[in-house]
Design a protein around this ligand. Structure first.
Ligand code: ATP
Ligand code: MG
Length: 286
């Protein structure tokens, strides 16, 4: 099956200023594949290039060099973009519109009309749990409701690929769990989800594969299992050296304490993330 997203040698340099030109290297030769039907987590510290990658997939930002394909087609083609639903990291909606009007408008922009538009609007508002609030002006919505509205407008045209840029930012734990459930539902419907999130417990519970970016480069990529395994284990007790460990063991045994080899615990995704980023920072500083 063709990939939902294929990025090859993607590079992006932002340039600003007419007289004093300053440039920021946002992506440096990024290769990435998101397979159809998977939930893919794109992780990285602030400023590592996640949103830039997403914007290139949506043709909102043009890469300096390299290629981005969505379902095998160039993102500059409207047919490719039509298959994407997008929830931006900081969505802005006109406050005087009702949630229903907004979702309907987005559906209309995507080519829906008449009874199909009406049905689809009702369905997605129900899916995200906004029924009852759909006639209210958006300015009266809470942060969590705005996030759900963001999801509804992204789903109205029944896209095959849903890109979520930090959908849980500012959402309470119950709202975050609902978003996780919604991602599971989308996956069960055969959709592909690209999820950018700093909520690593959510990523760990829902993603099939993840990539960790740092300073526009790929630090690690793979299934959660392979990433957690390959990055190492934390021993159940930490010592500065093996001699120190042996000394403690001898002392304990002399005191009549039975010492048993403890099973090492695999690192959590958060620990893997921090470890890889810190190691990369040290390498860059050296
Ligand atoms: N329009 C722009 N003009 C200039 N620099 C930009 C622009 N957009 C992004 N950048 C820079 O590109 C780099 C990557 O930014 P990006 O928004 O992709 O990071 P991110 O990984 O999404 O971070 P966050 O977790 O904070 O959302 C940063 O150094 C940022 O300042
Ligand atoms: Mg971002």
């Amino acid at each position: 099956m063709e990939n939902a997203i294929t990025l090859s040698k993607l590079r992006k340099v932002f340039r600003s200023g007419a007289v004093r030109v300053s440039s920021v290297l946002a992506l440096e030769g990024l290769d990435l594949e998101v397979r159809s039907g998977e939930v893919f987590g794109l992780l990285g510290p602030n400023g590592s290039g996640k949103s830039t990658t997403i914007k290139i997939c949506l043709d909102l930002v043009r890469p300096t060099s390299g290629e981005c394909l969505v379902f095998g087609g160039k993102t500059s083609r409207p047919e490719s973009r039509q298959r994407i639903g997008y929830v931006p990291e900081a969505p802005f909606f006109y406050g005087y519109l009702s949630g229903e009007t907004l979702v309907q408008s987005m559906g209309r922009f995507s080519g829906l009309s008449g009874s199909a538009l009406k049905k689809r609007t009702g369905d997605v508002l129900e899916t995200v749990g906004l029924v009852g609030a759909e006639k209210r002006p958006i300015r009266t919505y809470s942060k969590g409701m705005l996030q759900r509205l963001g999801l509804a407008q992204a789903l109205v045209h029944d896209p095959d690929l849903i890109i979520l840029d930090e959908p849980t930012a500012g959402v309470d734990p119950i709202g975050a769990r609902q978003i996780t459930e919604m991602i599971r539902l989308l996956k069960s419907q055969g959709k592909t989800v690209l999820l950018c999130s700093h909520l690593l417990s959510q990523v760990e519970s829902v993603c099939d594969r993840v990539a960790i970016l740092h300073r526009g480069r790929m630090l690690a990529e793979g299934t959660l299992e392979s990433l957690l395994k390959s990055t190492g284990h934390k021993p159940s007790l930490l010592f500065d050296s093996t001699e120190e460990q042996q000394k403690m063991r001898t002392m304990a045994e002399k005191a009549g304490v039975h010492v048993e080899e403890g099973a090492d615990t695999a690192l959590s995704l958060e620990e893997v993330f921090v470890k890889l980023v810190r190691e990369n920072e040290k390498e860059n500083a050296a």
